[in-house]
Design a protein around this ligand. Structure first.
Ligand code: MCF
Ligand code: FE
Length: 422
C-alpha cells in the first residue's frame, strides 16, 4: 500500500451512489487503501498537485464488482448434478456430492482467478466444509466467509453444533479487513430449528447471516403443511421414520433472524407478507438473486417488480458451479439484462447497483460506491463513451473482462497471476 496519495482517473467515472452520478474525465484520489476524494480530474490535480496520476483512456472507472453468493467448494462441478428440476437437483446432490470435490483446490484457484479477471473485488463465499477457507484468505479477493450450518436430524444436533463451532472458530482466526467471518443457515428444510437457534444466539446484529430461502415450491409446501415432495424425500431417500419440519411455518423460520443482518437467497416462492415480516424483525434485510441458478433448478425467476414496491433492492450473484454453468458475474449480468421483465434502462441501473452498492451493503462492507471514506476497491473496463446506465452495462458486457482492478488501493489486475496465490 503506497503511503502517499495517488490519482486514478478515466474517460468516464460511475460512482454507483444513490443519484447514480456519471462524470466525464473523473477520478478518485486514494490514500492508504481508501478513497479520499472523488471528482473531475482537473479538480483532483489542482487539489493534489504532487500526486501521480494513472489515467485510463477510453475506460470506465467504477466500484469493483461484488459477487455476494458463490460456493467455491463446488468449482469442479460440471455434469454430475441433475438440472431442470429443484427436486431432481437436490436428490442428485445428496447422492453424488462427494464426487465433485475431486481436485477441488485447483478448481477453487481457477474460480478465484475468474472473479478477479471479470472485475470482482469482493465475494460472499458460502462454505459447507472449509475446503476453500485458506485459499480465499490468502487470495487478493475481499471475502465475507459464510460458514454454512447444515443438519436436520434431532439426534445429531450436539455433534452438528460442535462441528460448526470448530469450523467457524477456524474462520475467526483469519479475520482481517479483507476477510470477514459470517454465518449461513443452509435452508429451512436442511437445518433443525434448535440447532439454528443455538448457532444464531451468539451472532451479533452486524454479522451477515445468509440463508437459501423458498427456492422451490416444495419447500414452501413442506414449511406450511409438512407434506409433499420433502416428506417423501426424507422418508424414502433419507430413511426418516415420521418426517416433520422443525419450524411451524415460514414466519417461524424467519423469526430465527430477529435483530440480525439477514440475506435471503433466491426467495422465488416468498409472498409479500414474508418479505414484510423479515423487514420488521431483522435489522437489515437483503434479497440475493441468482437468475441462472434459478432457471436451471426451479425454472423460475425472482419477480423484481414486487420487491420495488416493498423498497427492497435486490443483489445479483452467480451461486456456485453446483447450480450454474460458470461463476462469471458478467455472464450473470448479461442473462439478467435479457431475461428480467420491465423497462431496460431502469433494469440496467438496478443491475449495476445489484453488484456494487447494494451488494456491498448486503455483505456489510465499506465499498461498492466511489465516495470519500470508502475502501478503494475499483474496476476499469474498456469503453469509449457511456452516458446512461444501459450504455454502461452494455459496454461492460462487451468488454468481457476488467482492464484493471484495485482492491484496497492495490492493483491486482493486471498483476502477476503466477504468484503463489494463483
Ligand atoms: O444455492 C444453490 C441451491 N440451493 C442450495 N444449496 C446449494 C446451492 N449451490 C450449492 N449448494 C450446496 C449447499 O451449500 O448444496 C449442498 C450444500 O452444501 C446442499 S445440502 C442440503
Ligand atoms: Fe447457493
Amino acid at each position: 500500500m503506497k503511503d502517499s496519495p495517488e490519482i486514478i482517473a478515466a474517460s468516464t467515472l460511475v460512482t454507483c451512489d444513490a443519484s447514480f452520478t456519471i462524470l466525464e474525465h473523473g477520478g478518485v484520489v486514494i490514500f492508504r487503501g481508501q478513497i479520499v476524494k472523488v471528482g473531475p480530474l482537473a479538480h483532483l490535480k489542482s487539489a493534489y498537485p504532487g500526486a501521480p496520476v494513472a489515467f485510463y483512456k477510453h475506460c470506465l472507472l467504477m466500484p469493483a464488482l461484488i459477487n455476494a453468493h458463490i460456493h467455491f467448494e463446488f468449482s469442479s462441478h460440471k455434469d454430475t448434478f441433475t438440472y431442470g428440476s429443484f427436486e431432481a437437483w437436490l436428490s442428485s446432490v445428496i447422492q453424488h456430492r462427494n464426487a465433485v470435490f475431486h481436485n477441488a483446490k485447483r478448481h477453487i484457484h481457477h474460480a478465484i482467478r475468474a472473479q478477479l479477471q471479470s472485475g470482482v473485488g469482493s465475494v460472499g463465499a458460502i462454505s459447507s466444509y472449509g475446503l476453500e477457507r485458506e485459499i480465499l484468505a490468502h487470495s487478493a479477493l475481499r471475502v465475507v466467509f459464510f460458514d454454512e450450518l447444515i443438519g436436520s436430524a434431532p439426534y445429531a444436533l450436539e455433534q452438528n453444533f460442535k462441528d460448526f463451532q470448530e469450523r467457524h472458530a477456524r474462520s475467526l482466526k483469519y479475520k482481517s479487513p479483507k476477510f470477514t467471518p459470517a454465518i449461513a443457515i443452509h435452508s429451512p428444510y436442511s437445518v433443525h430449528k434448535e440447532l439454528a437457534q443455538r448457532v444464531l444466539e451468539r451472532a451479533d446484529a452486524h454479522t451477515p447471516i445468509s440463508t437459501h430461502f423458498l427456492e422451490s415450491h416444495a419447500e414452501l409446501e413442506w414449511l406450511e403443511s409438512g407434506r409433499g415432495w420433502f416428506g417423501r424425500f426424507f422418508q424414502e431417500s433419507l430413511g426418516v421414520a415420521n418426517p416433520a419440519p422443525s419450524f411451524e411455518g415460514v414466519v417461524d423460520f424467519l423469526n430465527l433472524f430477529a435483530h440480525k443482518h439477514l440475506l435471503l437467497v433466491h426467495a422465488l416462492f416468498a409472498r409479500p407478507e414474508h418479505f414484510k415480516h423479515a423487514q420488521q424483525i431483522a435489522t437489515q434485510t437483503h434479497i440475493i438473486t441468482c437468475p441462472r441458478s434459478n432457471r436451471l433448478l426451479s425454472g423460475h425467476l425472482l419477480e423484481v417488480a414486487r420487491l420495488r414496491t416493498l423498497a427492497l433492492p435486490y443483489v445479483l450473484a452467480t451461486d456456485g458451479k453446483s447450480s450454474n454453468l460458470d461463476v462469471h458475474l458478467l455472464e450473470e449480468l448479461r442473462h439478467a439484462l435479457f431475461s428480467l421483465p420491465g423497462p431496460l434502462e431502469h433494469n440496467a441501473q438496478d443491475l449495476l447497483l445489484a453488484c456494487t452498492a447494494h451488494a456491498s451493503k448486503a455483505l456489510g462492507l465499506n465499498n461498492g460506491v466511489l465516495q470519500e471514506g470508502k475502501d478503494a476497491d475499483l474496476v476499469l473496463f474498456s469503453a469509449k463513451k457511456a452516458h446512461t446506465p444501459l450504455d454502461i452495462l452494455l459496454r461492460i458486457l462487451q468488454a468481457q473482462k476488467a482492464r484493471a482492478l484495485y482492491i484496497q488501493g492495490r492493483r491486482v489486475i493486471p498483476g502477476s497471476l503466477s504468484s503463489r496465490h494463483f
